[in-house]
Design a protein around this ligand. Structure first.
Ligand SMILES: [Zn+2]
Length: 74
């Protein structure tokens, strides 16, 4: 199979540290035929590609914020 070459503006899936989700990212820069920087199409945050892989340390920090749960929005 022919592997399509990556181009600027292509959409790739990556982990967004802002959304904390795997989201579609537009390719902003290409380094050695791979995505360098990408921009989240949900929050437009730019970061280096590659968070979708093994960058999952410190997940234990995610705790429940009980104090904010019942606070009315103002
Ligand atoms: Zn995002």
């Amino acid at each position: 199979m022919l592997k399509r070459e990556l181009r600027l503006g292509d959409t790739v899936d990556d982990y967004c540290i802002r959304c904390r989700l795997i989201t579609g990212h537009a390719v902003v820069t290409i380094v050695e035929r791979k995505a360098g920087k990408v921009r989240c199409e949900t929050c437009y945050f730019e970061h280096n590609f590659g968070h979708g892989g093994g960058a999952r340390h410190q997940t234990s920090r995610v705790g429940k914020k009980d104090k904010e749960k019942e606070r009315p929005l103002e």
